[in-house]
Design a protein around this ligand. Structure first.
Ligand code: ADP
Ligand code: ASP
Ligand code: MG
Length: 413
């Protein structure tokens, strides 16, 4: 008998019928004698609907009230799933974030979990209940409701699994595991039996939304055994594991991630002198805008061009700040371009394989795609390209790195 945390995403609880199917599944685990804590998302589309309502009223909704509003979706599904379980003769109780006491900091809409009180949960489990906990939400030290950022139910599940020292955290969703790239974009994408925490973290950070970034961070930090599975199909799913240094068959590339959520800003004709990067990016940082890829060209005639990317939603604000800065530093011009995309190849095998970058650039060149910016880390190479070429780029890279084939296939260079 083990303790399992199971998280069901929005589409898996998207209707009463599906909630019934989830209840059947949970009931089967219970019948096998496992202790089960279930974390649920809101019904699919509900969080977007609520955010839409808020924006109809206010351009920039008050964060505290926004959290009160958008946390309601998960409260609905906890109650419904508990009822469905009770209907099946399984003792179940719903809990919202503050009832468990998932204590977070006070950064509304992107709060971080500080502490989970597991006393109540242990008592509930000992009394033989399945505990159905609302994902995505917590409470700050003053009792204000907070939310954990989009996709945050994954993080709730992993954090509960860590706090309860669960034997496994199972993320049930609408795909049967983590794929070499988004299976909705590339038909030939292949399910991975396993992927390392590090790779999964890069995939998630680079745009693969199958798991929330913080959930992966948390799982890696507390070594929570984590698996992604299909809610309604049988199968082994994908296990997120520690890197096995002895594994001879580590493929060079685990997968391709992509992201359309960024926009590019360029300041042209910047006087080239020490401190200029700070002068430009300092005010951007002060405006709480995160910068991703940065590129500064070598100067000519004592002038240089400075380019960086920000989240697309931050573009109007970033542009505003930048125009002010550009006037101060006497730069020639500010240009912005929201029609960019970032494509990344990710793999721990890159550490021991040279030539991944050149293979990536060659594959993109072959299909005529121009690279605008490049950034690398030890286990990832990302490029910024024109958005309209995104799908072509992902397909070309997926095929160039032989990702449709078996991971131990010799042809994976
Ligand atoms: P849930 O509502 O269950 O949390 P999400 O929509 O957040 O589900 O995540 C599942 C989706 O992630 C899939 O439907 C798939 O389109 C997308 N996805 C993106 N990249 C990948 C990938 N590499 N592997 C699997 N799914 C991916
Ligand atoms: N319902 C929230 C969202 O849509 C949290 C989640 O689904 O994980 O972002
Ligand atoms: Mg999700």
């Amino acid at each position: 008998m083990s303790l399992i945390v199971q998280k069901f995403g929005g589409t898996s609880v998207g209707s009463l019928e599906r909630i019934g199917q989830v209840a059947d599944k949970v009931a089967r685990f219970r019948a096998e004698g496992h202790d089960v804590v279930v974390v649920v998302s809101a019904m699919s589309g509900e969080t977007n609907r609520l955010i839409g309502l808020a924006h109809e009223l206010q351009e920039r909704p008050v964060p505290r009230e926004l959290d009160v509003l958008i946390s309601t979706g998960e409260q609905v599904t906890t109650a419904l799933l508990s009822m469905a379980l009770n209907e099946r003769g399984v003792k179940a109780k719903s809990y919202n974030g503050s009832q468990v006491r998932i204590l977070t900091d006070d950064s509304h809409t992107k709060a971080r979990i500080r502490e989970i009180d597991n006393e109540k949960l242990h008592a509930g489990l000992e009394a033989g209940y399945v505990l159905v906990v609302a994902g995505f939400q917590g409470v700050d030290e003053h009792g204000n409701i907070t939310t954990l950022g989009r996709g945050g139910s994954d993080t709730t599940a992993v954090a509960l699994a860590a706090a309860l020292k669960a034997d496994e955290c199972q993320i049930y969703t609408d795909v049967d595991g983590v794929y070499t790239t988004d299976p909705r974009m590339v038909d030939g994408a292949r399910r991975l039996d396993r992927i390392t925490f590090e790779e999964m973290l890069e995939m998630a950070s680079m745009g693969s939304k199958v798991l929330q970034i913080r959930a992966v961070e948390f799982a890696g930090k507390y070594q929570v055994p984590l698996r992604v599975l299909h809610s309604f199909q049988e199968g082994p799913g994908t296990l997120i594991t520690l890197e096995d240094v002895n594994q001879m068959e580590t493929p060079t590339i685990a997968g391709i991630a992509f992201n359309r959520d960024e926009a590019k800003l360029t300041v042209l004709g910047v006087p080239d002198m020490p401190g200029i990067a700070h002068k430009i990016l300092g005010p951007i940082g002060e405006a709480n805008i995160e910068v991703d890829v940065i590129l500064q060209n070598t100067g000519e005639d004592n002038h240089t061009d400075f380019t960086f990317t920000v989240s697309r939603t931050d573009l109007p604000r970033a542009e505003e700040v930048l125009r002010r800065v550009a006037a101060q530093i006497e730069a020639r011009e500010v240009r912005s371009d929201p029609r960019i995309a970032k494509v990344s190849v990710v793999g721990v095998g890159m550490r021991s394989h040279a030539g991944v970058a050149s293979q990536m650039f060659a594959a993109l060149a072959e299909v005529g795609i121009n690279i605008q910016m490049i950034t690398t880390s030890e286990i990832k190479i990302s490029v910024i390209i024109e958005e309209k070429f995104l799908e072509l780029a992902v397909r070309a890279l997926h095929s160039s790195f032989g990702l449709e084939k078996e991971p131990n296939d010799e042809s994976v260079a």
